[in-house]
Ligand binder design. Structure first.
Ligand code: HC1
Ligand code: SF4
Length: 563
């Protein structure tokens, strides 16, 4: 054990990677714009500066802790330094804070308030730059960028895509896609992870809030919501509800109050996905073709594979994602019922994910030429709508989902974390709900936060090799090794966002390590508390297969490439 002195207090440390981590561990929340523990250290914003006993000032994120070190975190010199940085940032920053999508969660705004910046002595003489609104998923506003590089490193180091980078020099410096293209002209997969780390309003969601309010006020509309697995453990964040708590019942109640006509659970859609994907895996294992089977529920991953590794396109499961399957099912029912009461059904998916906004526009997610899911609202957008309606989620009495699609299994719930799809499929194929079998599956290695997890499971007489992948950079590693013949798998699950949908690009920010942990535990708790653990034991699943889905499984639940 080593010790350093922080503000005259002795603090122990072991293997913290930098002085900043030791300071934070000691309970002092030193401000930063450009430091994220899962990214490389950039050291550009200089907000985390500290002073040593000789008056030397240095960035604590870029300094290795040493035994005997003596530092101060809040001297007059440091206060002046940080204020000056903020003033300079604000001087070249758009000041439309009240109308900004990040108002209230902007780090620049928060630190300016916290550190007492009350005036800006410098003129903003920067030319106003155009917004990039070409992506279905995110909007870039270069006028609000503070050049911290968080988005650049996230897209490069976590997603391996490098869509964003610094361009131009000096005071003209900007973060843009290469050759100043717009996002739609790049290989951006819409994962929104750049938005999740952006401290200001420079990268925000492409919002559908206005369209959904319009749909809700339509006279002859029936607005049906489906709620994704990971939303329920995050939507409480902005209402002072404990992180990771399952807030589904409260969300259902709030959605009813703001005018949704029917509210269902995407976890039920996930149960349908388990049924179809297990069948597909069994068929491919028997025929020995198109192995490994790649999961298809994460749209950022599917787009990535199609764009970057087209030679593996056939490996992607033909299953639509749970939101796609469920959207098609709701619209199929609407086709039969809408005529009766002369209403038009509009399906709104409430998702943690920005890429889902693009998924619903894919032609292979249309049924007979018609779009199944009309709008995707991220958790952040639905939070905004609830706030706009003046509802305090913490004060609302929980209500239950509507029937007939309001029952889902624990297997559907765990889709919200990486490894969940694999675990759910294994439950279906092993087809046992004995506690020891369920536990054995959870211990195969599919759980956990490592970038690449490998497991091997005996199904019938065959040893089936699995890989569970977190983040697209790790996906590239796996695909490159597969191409080189260095590894073999039968089933590969990829989630573009590290830890899965709980950390999706549309979730409420900030999404720090503690938040991720709480959400992850929240998802597993939902499974733990579910009476039904296996998708094939969900009675409603069996009813729909015998009813509305009969003979239409392919049309409604799989990608329809002909369309
Ligand atoms: Fe997900 Fe999925 S789990 S992709 O992470 O398969 O978004 O939550 O809805 O479709 O069910 C997201 C979450 C979500 C789908 C499901
Ligand atoms: Fe990169 Fe994802 Fe942001 Fe696109 S949405 S720029 S792929 S991090």
């Amino acid at each position: 054990m080593n010790y350093m002195t922080i503000n005259n207090r002795r603090v122990a440390f072991t293997n913290e990677k930098n002085v900043l981590s030791v300071i934070r561990k000691s309970g002092i929340d030193l401000p930063t714009f450009c430091y994220h523990s899962e990214l490389s250290t950039y050291g550009a914003c200089r907000m985390c500066v500290v002073e040593d006993e000789r008056g030397k000032v240095f960035a604590s994120c870029s300094e290795t802790p040493r035994d005997g070190m003596k530092i101060y975190t809040n001297t007059p010199k440091l206060q002046h330094h940080r204020k000056m940085i903020l003033e300079l940032l604000l001087a070249s920053h758009c000041r439309e804070c009240t109308t900004c999508a990040k108002n209230g969660v902007c780090v620049l705004q928060r630190l300016s308030r916290q550190l007492g910046v009350r005036e800006i002595r410098f003129e903003n003489n920067k030319k106003e730059l155009p917004l990039d609104m070409t992506s279905e998923c995110i909007v870039r506003d270069p006028n609000k960028c503070i050049l911290c590089g968080d988005c650049v490193r996230t897209c490069d180091e976590i997603q391996g895509l490098g869509i964003l980078d610094f361009s131009f020099r000096g005071s003209k410096m900007q973060v843009t896609p290469a050759f100043n293209k717009n996002l739609a002209q790049t290989d951006c997969v819409g994962c929104g992870q750049c938005r999740a780390v952006c401290p200001t309003g420079a990268i925000t969601l492409n919002s559908n809030v206005h369209s959904v309010w319009a749909a809700l006020s339509g006279k002859n509309t029936r607005v049906v919501a489906q709620i994704a697995p990971a939303v329920r453990v995050a939507v409480g964040d902005k209402f002072g509800i404990r992180k990771g708590e399952n807030t589904l019942g409260r969300l259902v109640a709030a959605l009813r109050r703001i005018g949704f006509d029917e509210i269902y659970d995407t976890n039920f859609g996930a149960d349908l996905t388990v049924m179809e994907e297990s069948k597909e895996l069994t068929e491919r294992l028997e025929s020995g073709t198109k192995l490994p089977l790649f999961t298809s529920c994460c749209p950022a991953w599917v787009t990535f594979c199609e764009k970057k590794y087209p030679e593996f396109k056939e490996n992607i499961s033909s299953c639509r994602s749970p939101q796609g399957m469920f959207g098609a099912l709701i619209k199929e029912e609407a086709r039969m019922n809408d005529g009766e009461d002369n209403r038009k059904t509009i399906v709104v998916s409430i998702m943690p994910c920005t890429a889902k906004k693009a998924e619903i526009k894919r032609p292979d997610y249309f049924t007979e030429g018609a779009q199944d899911v009309d709008y995707v609202l991220t958790t952040t957008e639905v939070t905004r709508m609830i706030q706009e309606a003046g509802i305090d989620l913490a004060q609302v009495q929980p209500e239950t989902m509507d029937m007939p699609f309001g029952i889902a299994s624990g297997a559907g719930a765990i889709f919200g974390v990486t490894g969940g799809v694999t675990e759910a499929v294994l439950r279906r194929l092993i087809d046992s709900n004995k506690a020891e079998d369920l536990e054995a599956i959870s211990f195969t290695g599919v759980r956990g936060v490592d970038g690449i997890k490998e497991a091997s499971v005996k199904l019938k007489d065959r040893e089936v090799k699995l890989a569970v992948v977190n983040g697209l950079q790790c996906a590239s590693k796996v695909l490159d090794k597969m191409k080189a013949g260095e590894v073999y798998y039968d089933f590969v699950e990829v989630m573009a966002c590290k830890r899965g949908c709980i950390a999706g690009g549309g979730q409420p920010v900030p999404i720090g390590a503690r938040t991720k942990k709480a959400r992850l535990e929240g998802i597993y708790k939902i499974d733990h508390m579910s009476q039904i653990k296996l998708s094939n034991q969900n009675p409603i699943v069996m009813t729909v297969y015998d009813g509305i889905l009969k003979g239409k499984e392919h049309k409604l639940l799989h990608h329809n490439k002909a369309e």
